[in-house]
Design a protein around this ligand. Structure first.
Ligand code: AHR
Length: 487
């Protein structure tokens, strides 16, 4: 039997909606084809951006979008991506398939996309091969409203008002593809770059330092904590290993379980990072930002290995549910997260083929979990049946300003349904008598949506939960993600 106890009186932390952020890199068919089709395309678009993708992003209320990378960010020179498109220089995308990057999607196009979606931009600057001046001028170009060379240039390129971009990443994976730096060298550079990234008018920047493993983060926190607002880490889940990551759609129960074990380990991993942050920032001011996370499989057979195109099954949905539950539960320190990557790359929420678009099971998890955006986290503990040391059940809960409680649960058992009770503690007179539910599941754990069967997996009504005296009982089907609403 599995038991979840929700402490309804102890909610004091908001689940920052930015935990539900996304990431789009100049990689494979993410930007080009997936988001940007250009002004002359037959695919319906708004100023070159696909209308179907805009609508899908808006529906799940994407709160922020990280761009332009990834490894690409530390080779990207933003001035190449402004001005008349036909005059922009072409470059080689050395990280991702060696293809030609024609810079037709640049700062204006990205910020237009964010305005169309209604989300906040999160720009990752170039530290690996860029300069402090280049980074500083990018901020000025985006945010300054006075008289300056960068403002004049922006106006000349057709944009009068500044965009007021708040979120800035100071490099990406600078311990690896972003320059192979040491922690000490990066920490000193972080301080230089952060110094010249200025606040203009009311836009106070939220500066995100590039973190890594525990030792690196300790050095960075020690040397630079007072200059940062966020510390980023990346967590990819791989069912195999880096030599053979495993197929996205053809896997055994054993591979399913190895995936669940690795996905669930994120909770303890995050707690270790948080412990270091607590030492140097006891007030909890600096956010832990998981600005790349998700499943990384082998590419789909026959596709360009440099494009990282993969399918997305119920297993990916489970990983999303488990990890979003972990982020919700650690919301006092986790202020933002960005799944990698929006369209056609890694654990995507959307796949496209020409004019066709499908939504993946992971998309539906983001749709179902949007009830937690900016709601107050309700602490809980879970007593779960286990596979080895790994719990089969995960959960998180929140209460919104209409006093509705939402509880999200996952059952990672690949084959069996599991009985779960949820006890609502400390309601002091308040009473919840109605429960509604939604579920994402399918007959087989390998099931996924395809262009010929786009709606095989979608959100369905869940009728398997009952409420009595503020306690819930339910049977969670195998490999399922559920969200309940109590009112
Ligand atoms: O998301 C793909 C790549 O994974 C990113 O470019 C890089 O930051 C990470 O290693």
């Amino acid at each position: 039997m599995n038991r979840v106890v929700v402490k309804t009186q102890d909610g004091d932390v908001k689940i920052n909606k930015h935990i539900y952020g996304h990431f789009a890199e100049h990689l494979g068919r993410c930007i080009y084809g997936g988001i940007w089709v250009g002004h002359d395309s037959d695919i319906p678009n708004t100023r070159g951006i696909r209308n179907d993708v805009i609508a899908a992003f808006k529906h799940i209320k994407i709160p922020n979008l990280r761009w332009p990378g990834g490894c690409f960010a530390d080779e990207y020179h933003w001035k190449d991506g402004i001005g008349p498109a036909n005059e922009r220089p072409k470059m080689v995308n050395t990280h991702w398939g060696g293809v030609v990057e024609d810079n037709s999607f640049g700062t204006h196009e990205f910020l237009d996309l964010c305005e169309l979606i209604g989300c906040e931009p999160y720009i990752c600057g170039n530290v690996g091969s860029g300069t402090v001046q280049e980074f500083s001028q990018w901020v000025e170009y985006c945010n300054f409203d006075g008289t300056s060379p960068m403002t004049d240039l922006r106006k000349k390129n057709g944009r009068t008002d500044p965009w007021n971009v708040r979120y800035w990443g100071v490099g990406n994976e600078n311990w690896g593809c972003g320059g192979n730096m040491t922690a000490e060298y990066y920490a000193d550079n972080y301080r230089r770059y952060a110094t010249y990234a200025r606040n203009y008018a009311d836009t106070k920047l939220y500066k995100i330092a590039c973190g890594y493993e525990l030792d690196w983060n300790r050095v960075l926190m020690e040397k630079a904590v007072r200059f940062m607002d966020g510390l980023s880490v990346h967590y990819y889940t791989i069912s195999g290993d880096w030599n053979y990551k495993g197929s996205a759609v053809e896997f055994t129960e054993k591979e399913w379980m190895s995936t669940i074990i690795k996905a669930s380990a994120i909770d303890e991993w995050l707690r270790k990072h948080i412990a270091i942050m607590d030492e140097f920032d006891p007030s909890g001011r600096v956010g832990l930002i998981i600005d790349e996370w998700g499943m990384w499989h082998e590419v789909e057979p026959g596709t360009n290995p440099g494009f990282l195109y993969q399918q997305n099954t119920i297993r990916d949905a489970l990983v999303a549910g488990i990890q979003l539950n972990a982020f919700n539960n650690l919301a006092q320190r986790v202020h933002m997260a960005n799944i990698a990557q929006t369209v056609n790359v890694l654990q995507s929420i959307i796949l496209t083929e020409g004019a066709k678009m499908i939504l993946t099971p992971t998309y539906h998890v983001f749709d179902m979990y949007k009830v937690h955006h900016d709601a107050v986290k309700l602490p809980l503990y879970v007593e779960s049946e286990k596979f080895g040391e790994t719990p089969l059940i995960s959960a998180s809960a929140s209460i919104n300003d209409e006093n509705k409680i939402h509880i999200s649960l996952t059952n990672a058992d690949p084959a069996k349904p599991r009985q779960v009770t949820v006890e609502m503690r400390g309601l002091s007179g308040a009473s919840y008598s109605s429960v509604k539910g939604q579920i994402i599941t399918s007959d087989k754990m390998q099931d996924h949506n395809t262009f010929s069967q786009p709606d095989k997996i979608a959100i369905k009504e869940f009728l398997g939960a009952a409420v009595s005296h503020n306690n819930l009982t339910m049977e969670l089907p195998p490999h399922s993600v559920v969200t309940l609403e109590l009112s």
